[in-house]
Design a protein around this ligand. Structure first.
Ligand SMILES: [Zn+2]
Length: 475
């Protein structure tokens, strides 16, 4: 039944724990057989069955075999026991996490409980008895095996790395979000850049580099782009669907006021984010100057909103708090056929999730009447935005660059503000918006492929169907 010759794996999660204390701690656990597991869904296993049936229930696929090599692996296993309402796992002498029985049963990833292709829950959560309690738990090499009471006994398996990543009682050592690199004007010495050739590489490695730049810095240049709308649109679509707005799908415009917005003039534009008047402002914006004739000016301005926010927070915490809490209404009303305002009366300039700054939304030109401000806060709020504007426009924050045809730029419109100086002559710009969800999805798929996290790495060999592990922490 087991194809052990080609698919043996034995990879207990690596933890920075003192080995001798662990060995002491796990004494008495030696009854667990040392485990080597056959990987049933590995393509090299030469199974003739279909993908679905090959992806047998987690319990069956992961049943341990005795290891003729000896039992050294078993001594490193976390300990596990059943409490009244929770399963308790001891990772080392002082690190314990707990998982409620109902939570574990609900998160079973066997093929009866979770569809391995669609990655959707199959188990009927509401048929799980509220008082459910395992009849047995057992620490295996790669994870925890849990046997549930039932007329048809059910066994679940949870990889150690997945249990760590999803621990909540208490949370432990979860993968931090990608590091953001905050920047000021000195970014001009080496701005994040990819070439058009890289971005168009068929294996998508260049797109990963490009989107990783945006993830870290909030923007990226793309050099050597053919100065045509066609090539620029093709480049935009390498990331994802273009988001259609009142300005069109892929836009290509000059300073002719074809649309009722100052972008369509020769006026200077201060640092701002776009579409503050949407409930869900556009995620990425790509633009490309195709030509500039008979004039001068029109330098591009980029400012890292997260950097400016960090300075404001440090020096003026009260102003930061006001910008983080007072909703700012906005509108787009220059086109007779459209009148956009965000739901709920707008959002604060600085939006947080779980205490982390996640979005900057700032366009003072598009701000509507501040009618929801408490009277006692009016002057204080104006003081706060005055400070914000001061740091936004300081020479330490502003990155000015004179773009020329052939160099496109993509900005994360939830983080980096953009603007331009006034210009004379005729400029032709083209570009597109891409939704934040399309961008994040594309980046997640490429990260899964080119930079998988520990859980994906550990579990992909035995638990992936269509290239995606059922244990991917996003699921
Ligand atoms: Zn199950």
């Amino acid at each position: 039944m087991w194809r052990t010759s080609t698919c043996l794996r034995s990879n207990a999660p690596k933890r920075a724990v003192n080995r001798s204390s662990r060995a002491l701690f796990t004494k008495g656990l030696g009854s667990s057989p040392p485990n080597v597991r056959a990987c049933l869904s590995h393509p090299k296993c030469a199974h003739s069955t279909s993908t679905l049936s090959r992806w047998v229930s987690g319990a069956a696929a992961l049943r341990p075999q005795s290891n003729p090599e000896g039992s050294s692996a078993a001594r490193d296993l976390p300990v596990s026991r059943i409490d009244d309402r929770k399963v308790v796992i001891g990772w080392d002498t002082h690190t314990w996490t707990r998982y409620h029985h109902i939570w574990l049963r609900d998160h079973c990833r066997c093929s009866q409980c979770f569809h391995p292709v669609t990655k959707q829950r199959l188990v009927n959560t509401f048929e799980i008895p509220p008082e459910i309690k395992p009849v047995n738990v057992e620490s295996k090499t790669d994870g925890l095996e849990v046997t549930w009471p039932s007329s048809q006994p059910h066994t679940s398996f949870y990889p150690w790395s997945w249990l760590q990543e999803n621990s909540y009682d208490p949370p432990m050592h979860q993968t931090p979000p990608t590091e953001k690199i905050l920047w000021g004007s000195k970014i001009q010495q080496s701005p994040p850049t990819v070439t058009f050739e890289e971005a168009m590489l068929e294996d998508d490695r260049g797109v990963f580099k490009w989107l990783s730049n945006i993830d870290k810095f909030g923007f990226s240049f793309i050099t050597d782009v053919p100065p045509t709308p066609e090539a620029t649109e093709e480049l935009s679509r390498r990331i994802g669907f273009i988001r259609e707005t009142q300005y069109g799908t892929f836009w290509d415009f000059t300073s002719d006021l074809a649309k009722g917005d100052t972008a369509y003039t020769t006026l200077a534009l201060g640092a701002h984010t776009d579409t503050t008047y949407f409930t869900d402002p556009c995620g990425l914006q790509l633009f490309h100057l195709l030509s500039h004739t008979d004039g001068t000016g029109g330098a591009t301005l980029l400012v890292d909103g997260f950097y400016v926010a960090s300075i404001l927070k440090e020096l003026h915490p009260r102003a930061y708090e006001l910008l983080s809490t007072v909703p700012v209404p906005a509108h787009a009303a220059g086109e007779p056929s459209a009148l956009y305002t965000p739901s709920m009366g707008g959002s604060p300039v600085l939006k947080h999730e779980g205490g982390q700054l996640v979005q900057v939304r700032w366009n003072n030109d598009d701000r509507s009447v501040m009618r929801n401000l408490e009277p006692g806060l009016v002057e204080e709020w104006y003081d706060a935005i005055r400070l914000w504007q001061k740091f936004l426009t300081s020479s330490d924050s502003e990155y000015w660059v004179q773009l020329s045809p052939g160099t496109s730029v993509v900005v994360d419109n939830h983080r980096v503000l953009h603007g331009r100086s006034a210009f004379s002559g005729k400029r032709r710009m083209c570009g597109a918006y891409i939704g934040v969800d399309e961008y994040r999805s594309r980046l997640a798929v490429l990260a899964e492929r080119f930079a998988p996290d520990a859980v994906v790495r550990d579990t992909t060999p035995y638990a992936s169907v269509n290239g995606r592990s059922v244990w991917n922490p996003a699921l």
